[in-house]
Design a protein around this ligand. Structure first.
Ligand SMILES: NC(=O)c1ccc[n+]([C@@H]2O[C@H](COP(=O)([O-])OP(=O)(O)OC[C@H]3O[C@@H](n4cnc5c(N)ncnc54)[C@H](OP(=O)(O)O)[C@@H]3O)[C@@H](O)[C@H]2O)c1
Length: 276
C-alpha cells in the first residue's frame, strides 16, 4: 500500500494521477479535505499533519508514504514531526519526502532548515527513507513577479537550477514504483541548467508571453519593500528574502543528473516547465 499526501496540490496531484493509472499499485490518498480529493476510485483518508491521532488512523496499513512537505507556517517543523511520529506509530516502512536542495541546519534559505529538521526526524524513527531535495520550482517563477512583471530580491548574479514540479513528480513516481531500490538515497532534483535571476526572468517571461525582468535589491531594501507591501511576520519575511540570498551565495547552483537518472527523460527546461 502506497499513501500519497498532497494529492489536492500540484506535486502530489501529479504523483497520484500517475500511480492511479498503474494497476499494480494499491493506492491511498491522504488529504486534508475529503471533498477536494481527486477521484481516482482509490482509498481516501483525511488528516492534517498536526493531528497525530487522525494521522495514525489515516496511515495504518501503509507500507510506503509519499510525504509532501507542508505549507509554510511558523510551526511547520512541529507539524512535520507530528506526522512523521504518526507514520512510525502506524507501521509505515518507508517515507519518501520532498525536501530542499542543500537542506541543512544552517542553510541560508531558512525553509531549508525546516527540511533538514524533517529529514532528521524521519531518520530518528528508523523508517527507511528517500529524500527528494528539490531546487526552487521553475514553473512558479512568474508568481514572484509584481503586477509590472518585475521580480525583485537580493539574488545578485547568483545562479540557481530551478526544477519543474512535473519532474519532481516523475522522480517521485519512479521511486514509489520500486521503493526498496531507493532506500537510504538522497536525490537533489534540479533543472538542466543554472541560471541567474536576470536570465530566468527573461526566459520565463518569453515562455508565457508576458515580459518579466529581474531587479536586484539589497537585503535591507528587500525587507523594507516586503514589510511595506504585506502584513507579514518576521519568519515569513526571512523566508522570502532568504530565497534570494541563497541564490546570491551560489548554494542553489548545483545541476545534478538525478532527474534524468530517475525518470529516464531529460530534466525540463524553464520553457518546458511553463508551457507543457
Ligand atoms: N521548491 C520550491 O520552490 C517550493 C515552492 C513552494 C512550495 N514548496 C514546497 O513543496 C510542497 C509541494 O509543492 P506543491 O506545488 O505541490 O504545493 P501545493 O500545490 O500548494 O500543494 C501542497 C499540498 O500539501 C497539502 N498540505 C499542505 N500543508 C499540509 C498540512 N499541514 N497537512 C496536510 N497536508 C498539507 C495541501 O493540502 P490542501 O490542498 O488541503 O492545502 C496540498 O495538497 C509545498 O507544500 C511546499 O512545502 C516548494
Amino acid at each position: 500500500m502506497i499513501a500519497i499526501t498532497g494529492a489536492t496540490g500540484a506535486v502530489g496531484g501529479l504523483v497520484a494521477r500517475a500511480l492511479a493509472e498503474d494497476l499494480r499499485t494499491d493506492l491511498r490518498l491522504v488529504v486534508r479535505d475529503l471533498s477536494r480529493a481527486p477521484d481516482y476510485d482509490t482509498d481516501v483518508r483525511a488528516c492534517t499533519y498536526g493531528d497525530e491521532e487522525a494521522s495514525i488512523a489515516a496511515l495504518r496499513g501503509v507500507d510506503t508514504l509519499f510525504m509532501v512537505s507542508a505549507a509554510e507556517a511558523e510551526d511547520r517543523r512541529e507539524q512535520h514531526r507530528t506526522f512523521i511520529r504518526a507514520a512510525a506509530a502506524a507501521g509505515v516502512g518507508h517515507v519518501v519526502y520532498t525536501s530542499f536542495a542543500g537542506a541543512a541546519a544552517d542553510a541560508t534559505f531558512v525553509l531549508a532548515r525546516d527540511h533538514h529538521d524533517a529529514e532528521a526526524a524521519i531518520r530518528e524513527t528508523g523508517m527507511a527513507h528517500t529524500f527528494l531535495r528539490d531546487n526552487f520550482y521553475s514553473d512558479l517563477l512568474p508568481h514572484f513577479a509584481d503586477e509590472a512583471g518585475v521580480i525583485r530580491g537580493p539574488a545578485g548574479a547568483g545562479r540557481f537550477a530551478a526544477v519543474a514540479r512535473a519532474d519532481v513528480a516523475d522522480a517521485a513516481v519512479a521511486v514509489l514504483r520500486s521503493p526498496a531500490e531507493h532506500a537510504g538515497a538522497t536525490y537533489t532534483l534540479t533543472g538542466p541548467e543554472a541560471l541567474t535571476m536576470t536570465e530566468a526572468a527573461a526566459r520565463a517571461g518569453a515562455a508565457i508571453g508576458r515580459p518579466l525582468r529581474f531587479e536586484d535589491e539589497t537585503v535591507e531594501e528587500a525587507y523594507a519593500s516586503r514589510r511595506a507591501a504585506y502584513d507579514a511576520e518576521q519568519w515569513q519575511l526571512d523566508a522570502w528574502v532568504s530565497t534570494y540570498t541563497a541564490i546570491a551565495e551560489g548554494s542553489l547552483a548545483e545541476v545534478t543528473d538525478d532527474v534524468p537518472r530517475l525518470t529516464g527523460h531529460p530534466a525540463r527546461s524553464i520553457e518546458d516547465a511553463l508551457t507543457r
